[in-house]
Write a protein that binds this ligand. Sequence first.
Ligand code: NAP
Length: 258
Amino acid sequence: MLTSLDGQSAIVTGASKGIGKGIARVFARHGARVLVVARHIDAAEATAEELRDAGGQASAFAADVRDLAAMEAAAAAAVERHGGLDILCANAGIFPQVKLESMTDDDWDEVMDTNLKGTFVSVKACLPAMKKSGGGRIVLTSSITGPVTGYPGWAHYAASKAGQLGFLRTACMEVAGYGITMNAVMPGNIVTEGLEDLGEDYLETMAASIPLKRLGSVEDIGYAALFFASKEAGYITGQTIIVDGGQILPESLEALNT
Ligand code: NAP
């Protein structure tokens, strides 16, 4: 059992649904006061209410992770409402699928701005408040797609997710002196609203290609993030953990099905 996050203030971006909501739920259950950040306030409010109904402490804030001023306002709200800022989960991201030959500049920019620039913006905006807290934990949501695997239609997405890890390995050194650690979770295929939008065929094919024979749950990622956010993970920084049911391992169909 990890030391609880009792009384710690956490921002989770993209927490109105999917993986972010799973992280927020696990954190709230372990005592954190969670600021649920997303662009659409109604969905963020609904998630915060769900967390409070389950006995947790949470409130909602509307912000776009591409917008530094908006993320600074989110950090200020966490400090004011929840007594400081100890943990940031930079999780918000998008994964529209489009093959290279039809990919436009705008397609590329939207994914890079949200997933990669959004990570930088979220970290930069939260840093002053985390320094004031005397230390903290930053957990990024990357992916297996890009750093380890590839998938047609996701060249921009894969580049953004690999880019997050490049960012991580330098940024973690810059914040280490403040007692802040920074690590990344690399999910495989996790059942979320965003993934379900890819269709039943995609979900079934994916489940069949995973040694554990199921897609992951958002809480599978929540618990990995909880470990990085814990007191016990205090000497780990700049590292990654793959949570994918073994998906990256099989070298062939035979290897998968024996
Ligand atoms: P999702 O179900 O589509 O949820 C995305 C969340 O991000 C929503 O809360 C959305 O709310 C928010 N969001 C999107 N753009 C935003 C922006 N510009 N500013 C602030 N919030 C924004 O997605 P998911 O599947 O949970 O994915 C979450 C993260 O996990 C992403 O970084 C993704 O790359 C990563 N990931 C997912 C999987 C998977 O299998 N699902 C696998 C590997 C990695 P609003 O629309 O209201 O802003």
